[in-house]
Design a protein around this ligand. Structure first.
Ligand code: MN
Length: 235
C-alpha cells in the first residue's frame, strides 16, 4: 500500500507522529519487528503492526489480541504505517486523525510461518510467530469476505501451543512495555485526555492509583516524552 494514505490523513506540523522516511527503509538481513499499540481514540482499540517491506502492515483490533485459541478477534486492516511508528508512544492532538493516547503495549520480532508472505497476504491467510514481551508463539491472520468502511476485515487467532492460555492478557498486562505506564499515566504526563485514557485502563488498576497516588508512574527525567526517534516528524 505504501505510506500515501497514512500521510494524507495526518498534519505533521500538529501531530507528534512520525511522517516516515521519504523512501521506505531498506530491508536488511535483520529480523522483522512487530508492535501492538493500545490506542484510546474515538473507540479504544489495539493497533497490530507487522514490519514488511519497509513499512508496518497495520490492523486495528477493537478487543485486542487473545491468547485463547478458541477466540477470534476482529482485525480491520488499515493503512500501512512508517517503521518509525513502532517507537511512538504519546498523545495525538485532539481533532487530529486518531486523536487520543497511544501506548506501546507490546513489541518484539515476528517470523513468517510461510515461505511467501506476499502470496499469503494476497490469499488472505498469514501464519506467523511472535516473539514479544506479552505475545509469543504461533498466530494467524485470516481475511474474511467482509469489509468495514471499505477496509478488509481479518480475524486474528492464536494457534494452540505452549503460549496459548485463557488468561485475558489485556486485563492482566495493561501497561506499556517501554514505560510501564497505563494509558491514564501517559495522558497525565503528556497533556492528553486523562478521563478518556483512564476509561481504557482496567478499572482495578485505576482504583489502585486513586487509593495510593504515590504509585503513579513517575515521568523519568531525561527521557523523551514521546518514544519515537523524532526523525522526520517535527519540522
Ligand atoms: Mn489506532
Amino acid at each position: 500500500m505504501g505510506l500515501a494514505e497514512y500521510r494524507r490523513k495526518r498534519r505533521f506540523a500538529v501531530t507528534p507522529e512520525p511522517a516516515g522516511a521519504t523512501r521506505p527503509g531498506r530491508r536488511g538481513p535483520k529480523t522483522l519487528a512487530f508492535v501492538v499499540q493500545k490506542h484510546s481514540a474515538t473507540r479504544l482499540h489495539y493497533d497490530f503492526r507487522l514490519e514488511w517491506k519497509g513499512v508496518l502492515l497495520s490492523w486495528a483490533v477493537p478487543k485486542g489480541p487473545s491468547l485463547d485459541p478458541s477466540v477470534k478477534r476482529l482485525a480491520v486492516q488499515v493503512e500501512d504505517h512508517p517503521l518509525e511508528y513502532a517507537k511512538f508512544e504519546g498523545i495525538i492532538p485532539r481533532g487530529e486523525y486518531g486523536g487520543g493516547t497511544v501506548m506501546i503495549w507490546d513489541r518484539g520480532t515476528w517470523t513468517p510461518g510461510v515461505p511467501d508472505v506476499d502470496a499469503a497476504l494476497a490469499r488472505g491467510e498469514l501464519k506467523f510467530a511472535l516473539c514479544g514481551k506479552k505475545l509469543r508463539g504461533s498466530w494467524v491472520l485470516v481475511r474474511t469476505r467482509r469489509t468495514e468502511a471499505g477496509k478488509p476485515q481479518w480475524l486474528l487467532l492464536k494457534h494452540r501451543d505452549a503460549f496459548a492460555s485463557t488468561e485475558d492478557i489485556t486485563v492482566t498486562q495493561p501497561r506499556s512495555v517501554v514505560s510501564k505506564r497505563l494509558l491514564a499515566e501517559i495522558a497525565w504526563h503528556e497533556g492528553g485526555d486523562m478521563e478518556r485514557a483512564a476509561a481504557g485502563d482496567p478499572p482495578g488498576e485505576i482504583q489502585k492509583l486513586i487509593a495510593n497516588p504515590r504509585l503513579v508512574a513517575r515521568r523519568r527525567r531525561g527521557r523523551p516524552a514521546v518514544w519515537h526517534s523524532g526523525g522526520g516528524a517535527r519540522r
